[in-house]
Ligand binder design. Structure first.
Ligand code: PGA
Length: 245
């Protein structure tokens, strides 16, 4: 399937070619129809907003689980919106594993993001131990279930990103067939736990060591609507090659 969305998650990095050159290349390059979202570190959000061309939207990598308040060091969803972000990544596995985000926090963040008018990109995915135990399906189903917050009733678009923890930044991506199997699990969980309009319509992306070299199998066999890209998104040529796969 051609990608409908391609998200560049810079994490705590900047593209070596420079922000301006990078965004010029994204604006000019590629003939794919994918909606491109660039998620820079917070400090660079406004720079990316002002340099982004029409095809490119901007997203936060995270947001606080409250709309405002005494939370030193946090950035809220309304602030992201005010700076020009349209999207926000919620529940990335690095947030969950390195910063202790629980399913309950992820659910609160999702609610605040929706209330603030941002389009959430909700990340879910199992780690290696869970996969080895044959419990990947039930694990992601439970993540979907715990994110079933009341504000879902009013969200226009919400993206899900299946991102197995063992594939993130490891150079070991899931195969298209593995992803397809998990997409089926995720759609079945959406059917059971979320408002019915999401079941078929919610775009599901894949993330985890996506590169121009492995994207063809994911595009052909993964049953996905696009990609959430970390490492390879720091190079505009590599990222564009993924968006047009
Ligand atoms: P990666 O990161 O492409 O570097 O594996 C993906 C992600 O964490 O979203």
């Amino acid at each position: 399937m051609p990608a409908r969305y391609a998200i560049a998650n810079w994490k705590m990095n900047l593209p070596p070619e420079g922000i301006e050159t990078y965004l010029k290349a994204l604006g000019a390059g590629g003939n794919g129809a994918a909606r491109i979202v660039v998620a820079p570190p917070f400090l660079y959000l406004k720079d990316v907003v002002s340099l982004a061309r029409s095809r490119v939207a901007v997203g936060g990598q995270n947001c606080a689980d409250q709309p405002s308040g005494p939370l030193t060091g946090e950035v809220s969803a309304p602030m992201l919106r005010e700076c020009g972000a349209e999207f926000v990544i919620i529940g990335h596995s690095e947030r969950r594993t390195l910063f202790g985000e629980t399913d309950a926090m992820v659910a609160r963040k999702l609610g605040v993001a929706i209330e603030s008018g941002l389009t959430p990109i909700l990340c879910i995915g199992e780690d290696q131990k869970i996969r080895d135990a044959g419990e990947a399906g039930i694990f992601v189903s439970n993540q979907v279930k715990s994110a079933a917050v009341p504000p879902l009733q009013k969200v226009k678009t919400l993206l899900l990103a299946y991102e197995p923890v063992w594939a993130i930044g490891t150079g070991r991506n899931a195969t298209g067939a593995m992803v397809r199997e998990m997409v089926t699990e995720i759609r079945s969980a959406l059917e059971r736990f979320w408002p019915s309009r999401f079941v078929q319509s919610a775009p599901i992306l894949y993330g985890g060591s996506v590169t121009p070299d492995n994207v063809a199998d994911l595009a052909a066999n993964g049953q996905i609507d696009g990609y959430l890209v970390g490492g390879a998104s720091l190079d505009s040529r590599k990222f564009l090659a993924i968006t047009t796969a």
